[in-house]
Ligand binder design. Structure first.
Ligand code: ZN
Ligand code: ZN
Ligand code: FE
Length: 753
C-alpha cells in the first residue's frame, strides 16, 4: 500500500549537496515527491510503500554527502498525494530558523582537476567550486542558504553555469556560489605603484613573490599577507610591518610532501591537513634550525594547505617557475587587529604593497583555525574559526532557554545556546583593541540574525573591567548571570563530555578574576551534589605592577624568587638595572600595587626567565612556549611542589621548586625546564588523587590556556593512562579563553538554579 510521508532533516544539510543527493537517491529508488530547503531543515515529501520509505531513510543515513551531518530526522504521515515525479522545489521563506549554516570548505579534488585542465572552461579560474567545496559561512547574509542571500547575488549566472545549477546529475547542481570566468567574480592586482593589472595578474604576483616581496592576497574569510617563508629579508620585513618580533607565522604549502623534509608529519595529521576544514596544523620541527625566521625558539610550525582555488593556482604557477618554498600566510591585519576583509580598506592601509584582490565580497570575516593532534591523535584546538564555525556543538540539555554568552576578553569568542546546542562565534580576538570590540558587536548582530536567537539570558565573566561583560550587559538582555572564569573553563570540558556532577575540575591559565577579588589561575574545583567548591589552589604571590607582569615577565620572576634576592640579581645582571629590581622588590614587600595571584601562567613566566634569561614576553605565552620547547628531555628526580592543607582547601607552594631551580642553575637549561614540567605533571596527578579520594570522584576535567602546552597535555594524558580515573580535556573548543563562552553557557544551564 502506498503512503505519503513528510520527512524533515536537520543538521548540516544545506550547502553541502544534500538536496541533489536526495533527488538522485529518490530517482534511483523510483520514488516520487519533492525536496526543498526550508528554515526548519530539509523537507522531503514522498509517496511510496512503507518498506521502501524505510529503505530510503536508511540510505540517507548511509550515503549522505561527505560534508553533511544529520542531527535529527522527523517523519510524519500525511494525507495521500499522488506525485508524478520527484522534484527539487524552491526554498521556503519563514521566520523561525533551525538549520545550521554550512562552514567554508576547502577546494575538492574534482574542482582541482577542473582548474588545472587546460581544456576545461574553468582552467585557472580562482572562484571554481561545487556542492562539495567552496565558501559558505563567509558569504552568507541571511538564511536559508540560497544564492540570493549570499554575496554571490550580484553575479548573474551565464547559461552554461545555470544549466549545471539546474541539472541534478551535475556536481554543481544548486551549488550556490557556482561561477565561471564568463559570469562570476574575477581577480586583479593593484600593484605597488597602484597600477591595476587585470590580465596578467597571476604572472605578476608570482614574479613578485619569487623576487622576495611581500604581497597581500584576498582569501575566503579575509586578507592574508604572504611572502617566501625561506627568504630572511622578506620575513624580517614582514615582522616589521606586523610589529611582531618573534611571534610565529603560519605557512601554506600546496602539498604535505612540501614540508615533510623539515617537519614531522604523522598519518593522522596528514588526514586533518587534507580535510575540508583545512586548518593550520602545528607540526613539530625535525630540528631547531628549520623555519628559524618564521617560527623562532619554539618547537613547532603551523602549516595549512592551499585551500582555495586561488591559492592553488598561485602555487601551481610558482612550481611552474621552479619555486617550491612554503609561503608565509599570516592574517592581513596590523598587530592584533581583526583581519581585513574590505578591498578599499586593504588598499588604503597597505599602500606600499602589491595586493591581489577580487570582487566576491566577504560578509562574515573568519580567520584560519589552528590545532594540533596530541600523541593519542585527538585534536586540540587553539583557534576555532574557518571550517568549524558556525557548526553547532551538541550539549546535554533540553532546556528551552535562549542564552548569549559573552566569553572572555583575550582571545574572545562568544556563543549562543538554543535547545540542545551551542553555536560559537568565530575567533574575535583581544577586546582591548577597539576594532575587535567593533567586530564583537557586528558579529553578534550578524549571528543573532542568522540563527534568529533572541537571548533571554546573558552570561558574562565576573571580571569588573572586562569589555566583553560591559558590552554584553549593554545589549538589553535582562537576566544576567556572572560566571567565574576558571569555573567556566572547567564547565567547557564538562559540556563537551556530558558531565553534570561528581567532577574534579583543574583550570590552569594566565589570569582570571576570582570570587575573593584575587587573580586566579591555578585552581582545583570539586563539583558534588550540584555545588561547585574550590578544593585547592596555588599559593598567592604578589604581582608587582598588576597587568604589567604579563609583558614584563621579570617582575613575576622577582616575586617568586624574592626570598633569594642574590639569585635574582645574578639572573637579571646586565638586563635590568639594580635599582629597578630594588623598587619592584620593595613594592612586593610593602604590598604596593601588587595584586595577589594563584596563576600557573605566572609560574611558567618566572621559570622561563630563570631558564632563558629573557626578561620580557615577546608575545602572549612566549616564555612558556620557550621552556616547553626545552622540556623534551628525560630527567631523574624532578622538582617538587609542596602541598599543605588549610582548612578543607589544599594550597600548593613553591619553596622546594625554587630551591631546586637555584641549585641547578649552572646546569643545562633543558634540565631545569624538564624537571619543572615533570614536577607540575606529578603535582597534578598527586593532588588529583588526594581530592578524588576525599570526595569519592572519578572524573577529572582539565582546562585553561596552560594546556595549549603540547608536552604538558601529552604527559598528563599518559600519567592517567590505565588508572581508574577518567581524564577529560577540551577537544571541540580551545582550552584557552576561546572556550570560555561554552563553559559559561553550561554553567548557566546546570548550576544557576
Ligand atoms: Zn568542488
Ligand atoms: Zn558562468
Ligand atoms: Fe582563561
Amino acid at each position: 500500500m502506498l503512503k505519503t510521508k513528510k520527512i524533515i532533516i536537520n543538521g548540516v544539510v544545506q550547502g553541502v549537496g544534500f538536496r541533489p543527493f536526495i533527488y538522485n537517491l529518490a530517482r534511483e529508488m523510483n520514488i516520487n515527491g519533492y525536496v526543498l530547503n526550508s528554515p526548519d531543515g530539509v523537507v522531503i515529501e514522498l509517496t511510496a510503500e512503507e518498506e521502501k520509505i524505510k529503505k530510503f531513510i536508511e540510505n540517507i543515513k548511509l550515503k549522505k554527502p561527505k560534508e553533511s551531518e544529520i542531527s535529527s530526522i522527523e517523519i510524519n504521515e500525511e494525507k495521500y498525494k499522488n506525485f508524478k515525479d520527484f522534484k527539487i522545489l524552491k526554498s521556503e521563506n519563514n521566520s523561525f530558523v533551525k538549520t545550521s549554516i554550512p562552514v567554508d570548505l576547502s577546494i575538492c579534488e574534482d574542482c582541482v582537476k577542473d582548474i588545472l585542465d587546460p581544456e576545461n572552461r574553468r582552467y585557472l579560474y580562482p572562484f571554481t567550486n561545487c556542492t562539495n567545496c567552496g565558501p559558505r559561512f563567509s558569504i552568507v547574509e541571511k538564511i536559508p542558504y540560497d544564492r540570493k542571500f549570499t554575496t554571490m547575488k550580484k553575479f548573474k549566472m551565464c547559461s552554461k553555469c545555470f544549466k549545471e545549477y539546474e541539472s541534478p546529475e551535475n556536481r554543481r547542481f544548486h551549488a550556490q556560489p557556482n561561477a565561471c570566468p564568463d559570469c562570476g567574480p574575477y581577480a586583479w592586482v593593484r600593484s605597488v605603484e597602484r597600477r591595476i593589472i587585470k590580465n596578467n595578474w597571476l604572472d605578476y604576483i608570482v614574479k613578485r613573490i619569487i623576487e622576495g616581496n611581500i604581497v597581500l592576497i584576498k582569501g575566503i574569510g579575509g586578507f592574508h599577507i604572504a611572502c617566501d617563508a625561506f627568504n630572511k629579508q622578506a620575513v624580517l620585513k614582514l615582522r616589521e610591518i606586523k610589529r611582531r618580533d618573534f611571534k610565529p607565522f603560519a605557512v601554506m604549502v600546496e602539498d604535505i610532501s612540501d614540508i615533510s623534509g623539515w617537519l614531522i608529519v604523522k598519518k593522522e595529521e596528514e588526514d586533518v591537513f587534507n580535510s575540508s576544514k583545512a586548518p593550520i596544523i602545528m607540526f613539530r620541527k625535525k630540528n631547531d634550525s628549520v623555519f628559524e625566521y618564521v617560527a623562532p625558539n619554539i618547537d613547532s610550525v603551523g602549516v595549512m594547505k592551499a585551500y582555495t582555488p586561488l591559492h592553488k593556482i598561485i602555487f601551481n604557477k610558482l612550481k611552474e617557475k621552479g619555486f617550491r618554498n612554503p609561503l608565509v600566510m599570516t592574517s592581513g591585519n596590523f598587530k592584533d587587529e581583526p583581519i581585513l576583509t574590505d578591498n578599499k580598506e586593504a588598499c588604503d592601509r597597505f599602500k606600499g604593497y602589491d595586493i591581489l584582490l577580487h570582487n566576491r565580497d566577504i560578509k562574515n570575516r573568519i580567520d584560519d583555525s589552528v590545532l594540533f593532534l596530541d600523541d593519542f591523535k585527538t585534536q586540540r584546538i587553539i583557534r576555532r574559526s574557518r571550517g568549524f564555525v558556525p557548526g553547532s556543538i551538541k550539549i546535554k540539555s533540553d532546556e528551552d532557554k535562549k542564552i548569549f554568552a559573552a566569553g572572555a576578553d583575550i582571545k574572545n569568542c562568544f556563543g549562543f545556546y538554543r535547545k540542545g546546542e551551542v553555536i560559537l562565534s568565530q575567533y574575535i580576538g583581544d577586546l582591548e583593541i577597539k576594532e575587535n570590540r567593533d567586530f564583537f558587536l557586528s558579529s553578534y548582530a550578524n549571528m543573532k540574525k542568522l540563527f534568529d536567537i533572541n537571548a533571554d539570558t546573558v552570561c558574562v565573566d565576573m571580571h569588573p573591567q572586562y569589555h566583553s561583560s560591559s558590552m554584553a550587559k549593554s545589549l538589553g538582555i535582562k537576566n544576567i548571570i556572572y560566571v567565574q572564569h576558571h569555573i567556566a573553563h572547567m564547565c567547557s570540558v564538562m559540556a563537551e563530555n556530558d558531565l553534570e556532577d561528581d567532577v574534579l575540575g583543574i583550570s590552569f591559565d594566565g589570569t582570571g578574576y576570582g570570587t575573593d577579588g584575587n587573580i586566579w589561575g591555578g585552581e582545583f574545583f570539586v563539583v558534588k551534589n550540584g555545588n561547585i567548591k574550590r578544593a585547592a589552589h596555588f599559593k598567592y604571590v604578589p604581582l608587582p605592577g598588576g597587568d604589567m607582569v604579563s609583558k614584563e615577565i621579570w617582575r613575576s620572576f622577582v616575586s617568586f624568587f624574592s626570598n633569594r634576592m642574590d639569585f635574582v640579581y645574578n639572573v637579571l645582571k646586565g638586563k635590568i638595572e639594580k635599582n629597578k629590581i630594588e623598587i619592584i622588590n620593595n613594592m612586593i614587600d610593602k604590598k604596593i600595587n601588587s595584586p595577589l595571584s594563584s596563576s600557573v601562567g605566572r609560574i611558567f613566566d618566572a621559570v622561563s626567565v630563570s631558564v632563558t634569561g629573557d626578561t620580557v614576553s615577546d608575545f602572549e605565552a612566549s616564555g612558556p612556549m620557550k621552556i616547553e620547547h626545552l622540556a623534551y628531555k628525560k630527567v631523574e628526580r624532578p622538582y617538587k611542589f609542596d602541598i599543605q592543607k588549610k582548612g578543607d582547601i589544599y594550597v600548593v607552594s613553591y619553596d622546594s621548586l625554587i630551591d631546586g631551580i637555584i641549585k641547578d642553575w649552572d646546569k643545562k637549561r633543558d634540565i631545569i625546564s624538564a624537571k619543572f614540567h615533570s614536577a607540575l605533571i606529578n603535582l597534578i596527578k598527586d593532588l588529583s588523587l588526594k581530592i578524588c579520594r576525599d570526595y569519592n570522584i572519578k572524573n577529572i576535567c582539565v582546562s585553561g590556556g596552560v594546556f595549549q602546552n603540547r608536552f604538558l597535555t601529552n604527559s598528563i594524558i599518559k600519567s592517567f593512562y590505565g588508572s581508574k580515573y577518567n581524564l577529560y580535556l577540551n577537544s571541540k573548543v580551545p582550552s584557552n579563553d576561546g572556550g570560555i563562552s561554552l563553559g559559561q553557557i553550561y554553567y548557566a544551564l546546570k548550576f544557576n538554579k
